[in-house]
Design a binder for this molecule. Sequence first.
Ligand SMILES: Nc1ncnc2c1ncn2[C@@H]1O[C@H](COP(=O)(O)OP(=O)(O)OP(=O)(O)O)[C@@H](O)[C@H]1O
Length: 232
Amino acid sequence: MLEVRELVVRYGTATALDGIDLDVAPGEMVALVGANGAGKSTLVNTLSGIVRPAAGRVRLDGRMAQVPEGRQLFATLSVEDNLRLGAWRNQRSRRDPARIYDLFPDLVRLRQQLAGSLSGGQQQMVAVGRALMADPDLLAVDELSLGLAPLVVRDLAAHLAELNRDRGLAVLLIEQETTLAFELCGRGYVLEAGRVVASGPSAELRASPAVAAAYLGGLAPAPTGPADGGDA
Ligand SMILES: Nc1ncnc2c1ncn2[C@@H]1O[C@H](COP(=O)(O)OP(=O)(O)OP(=O)(O)O)[C@@H](O)[C@H]1O
């Protein structure tokens, strides 16, 4: 449903994405991991049209909604108004946030509260809910876990997995938390300095030196097997 080919993005003379190929199939959960500055947000912002590519192409069948990095809620609007804003392109009949309250019952009692006064976890619920209000086929989540307690992250991750399983929602999960990303998604991509340096099933990526290298600046994990040939 999403096909990205040879995507190049530049900010002035700096190249942020340098020939990215990436696919998400309908109903798939795909992880995009990489260290700070690798180009993850640039990629998502290009998919959603916020950033214009210098070259390459993006083909998207269906509708994509984005949970932006840092949530970016309207702090002085209520939870309910933030949710409704997610549906501004929908027909009137699909602007009722009731379905989001079914998904996140905790938001019901907060519906009139200003978004700026919520906890980080509550804000992330609203940000996910607002994106879901657009009835997307693909949800791109930029840093689900950012600044949140592990229990809250678990809860949000469980919701995403449920939406994927029950409604066939495709998810592109942008994460620095590789453990979470590879647990939740069957397949993933590792980005380093604007390039895909590894991709494949999460089980393989988890053990991949490329993942460690992307995070530790080129240091591969120490070998776990017996030393080969050395006698020290
Ligand atoms: N608006 C911008 N103008 C100039 N350079 C930018 C802009 N946005 C991002 N960059 C640069 O592009 C590169 C990729 O940044 P990006 O935010 O996409 O990385 P990221 O992987 O999402 O990082 P993080 O995990 O820290 O959010 C970085 O070198 C960054 O400094």
